[in-house]
Design a protein around this ligand. Sequence first.
Ligand SMILES: CC(C)(COP(=O)(O)OP(=O)(O)OC[C@H]1O[C@@H](n2cnc3c(N)ncnc32)[C@H](O)[C@@H]1OP(=O)(O)O)[C@@H](O)C(=O)NCCC(=O)NCCS
Length: 408
Amino acid sequence: MNPGFSGFETKSYPQLDDEPELVTWLLDTRTLWPGDNIWTAKGAAYAMGLISLEEQNAIASKMFIADARMSLGSALLKRLFISKALGISWTEVRLARKGNEKHGKPCAVDNYGRPISGIDFNVSHQNGLVSLIGWDGCDDVMVGTDIVCVNERETARQTIDEEGFDGWVDIYDAVFSLEERWSMKYDVDAVTLLDGTRLSAHEIGRNDRCIQPNQELTCTKKTGEEITFSSELLIDAKLRRFYTYFTLKEAYIKLAGEGLLAPWLKQLEFFNVRSPRPGTVARCSTHGTWGEEVDDAEVKLHGRHVNDVKMKVQAFEEDFMISCAIQGNIQGLKIPAFQKLHLDKDVLNIARDTLERKDSFMSPAEAIEQDLNKGNDKSPNKDTSDIDYFRSVADVESLLSPWESRYW
Ligand SMILES: CC(C)(COP(=O)(O)OP(=O)(O)OC[C@H]1O[C@@H](n2cnc3c(N)ncnc32)[C@H](O)[C@@H]1OP(=O)(O)O)[C@@H](O)C(=O)NCCC(=O)NCCS
């Protein structure tokens, strides 16, 4: 799906013969809707008018406008994805949560509140960025995304200064396995020196075992040159690697929809983890740039390889890493690079197009009534296509915990 689409096609709910599509979108809200209050921030009221009252209230109740901006961005991206994937108008989009109405994974539902099968999406927000991964294809594929920002070094630094890098990693004892924590403490991908030179793991050699800050380390470069550097740089590289593990695990648990309640957090292990090289930070005259994409991490659950999952971490600017997880019947699929969306061109214009079709939000009861009265194609009990429609709408029970039903 091209995020730069300008038209809006109408189609029925996903059919089996539709080409599956995976989208990865990023909306940068840091410069959107300037002001102190989301209702009075320039341009925000229009965007708020495009989402439901419930979403508006949740956004307006945020204490900080930066959080309100991200939540508004999230609400817009979810609507954009669902309306595009289902070929329904912006105002027909309905959201609910699978399994638990407060803590379940957000999903698209029909007028009757039943999760719509064949699509899945997930959102993450952090420090002004909002990511969405969306799957529009066959059933039984699930997606997750997470954003981390590595600039929270100060919190980590204090612990590392007092207790060493191992002390920092061990705080996450409930989340990471022994083997993951060992690798985070004692392995390193590469170290970037102050002049920008990168030392490979091979060049760093056994210095990789260092877990204390403020040490002087010496190693020999490939060229034979001997160099000395501060272990601060090694710790920085290890911290970035720690956040890579963190965002991979978070994307997977978000795919599964289980959140903090996942009892298998420690049994889910990542191997062959490497941090993507950073991009460059946004300066006054330039946009931030994308960094490296790394997609060869391996996943094990209860010690067994999980073969039907693909993970990817992509760096953005110097400090962000955005991860994606997709699981299901996806052989040969490659997770595409994130596409940065433009609010007006890629989001609001699409909403405007759909508004010409419907101009207000309806409660589910109103929508059902309208379906029945006006003969909406998707309303049940109209003709034989109802049977197909009911087949395409997953049974609520079976979607209560998709991940669990797959593995437990
Ligand atoms: C929601 C949750 C799943 C992720 O929260 P988070 O990392 O703080 O927040 P993110 O910005 O990445 O994600 C927020 C989005 O997750 C989505 N979300 C909410 N509940 C979800 C669930 N059960 N499953 C998947 N996605 C969920 C929502 O779309 C939400 O955005 P929205 O409110 O704008 O729609 C959180 O409740 C949680 O349980 N986190 C796990 C924390 C943890 O154990 N971390 C250690 C593992 S590395």
